[in-house]
Write a new protein. Sequence first.
Length: 106
Amino acid sequence: MGLETFQRALDTAPAGATRTMPETPWGRAMMVEFHQPYVAASGRRCRRLTLEPGPLARPALVCREPDGAKTAKQAPSWEAVRLLQIDGRPVLNQGALTAMPGGRGQ
């Protein structure tokens, strides 16, 4: 179960859905809000997430290679990537949990 459930949710959860995921790349039993998927300039399909491991919410980003880039051995899977900006503003401290203004969905 674990990460496979999270991978499936990344493909199927509608934008705005919030689910408690048993396992994520950032920890176990995380509340995750799923934002609209988009295609990045690199051609990868990406999806911004909001993680709530407690009273603080923090942004996260996952991406996967385009379907044409998958190998015959396995289908592409989502992987956590470094978040560089949120709404056009740079993310300066990757290591700290950051309270997002206005709570979830901002």
